[in-house]
Design a protein around this ligand. Sequence first.
Ligand code: UDP
Length: 218
Amino acid sequence: MTKLFAIYGASGCGRSLMPVARQQLTREKSMFEIVFIDDALTEFDVVNGHRAMNYSAFLNESASEKYVQIAIANSRVRQKIANRLELDGIQLWSICADNVILMDEVKIAEGSALSPFVTITSNIKIGKCFHANLYSYVEHDCVIGDFVTFAPGVKCNGNIHIHDHAYIGTGAMIKQGTPDQPLVIGKGAIIGMGAVVTKSVPAGVTVVGNPARIVTKK
Ligand code: UDP
């Protein structure tokens, strides 16, 4: 029996990551099939040339090993699905585009998705199910938690610590910290598209603008 690979989520994120996944397996020269899993499906379908099915149908597929990349931007949903996969003994699958640059001493936990043109420089630690979308970069000495999401073009400079579930919007840039005083993006914080973050952001808040400020509820 063969290995079965899946992209979980057949919406925007999943359909953009499928070619990255395909490229990776071609590079590894393994025999493979990659399917989409999407719980909105009630019956088998074909999406962009790949078989697509819901999670229970995927569980019924016969394969010696199953690997899943959770390609859903919402980090809470990623966590919920990751927990379910763990209970079902299915492995998280990391995917990485051909032209991604990874420098020295980069440690990335399982389930990551590194899109085309991403650069991760040196001495960086990243948690589970990290998503770095097109053209994002992470500079030296950053520490990134679990289920963190970078939209396209995020500029994450050196000595920045980003806690679990933070979401960094398209084109946001974050000022570098120092080894003694890293700039910290708190747990679950949301950084708006194009924000220029010049100081630490508390957990759970949303910041926008230049310089980025907390959005207060009216
Ligand atoms: N989805 C799913 N199971 C879940 C939650 C979401 O299969 O428990 C699917 C959902 O049906 C949708 C996709 O994941 O097709 C999420 O797509 P969305 O457009 O919300 O965002 P994206 O992450 O693709 O930008």
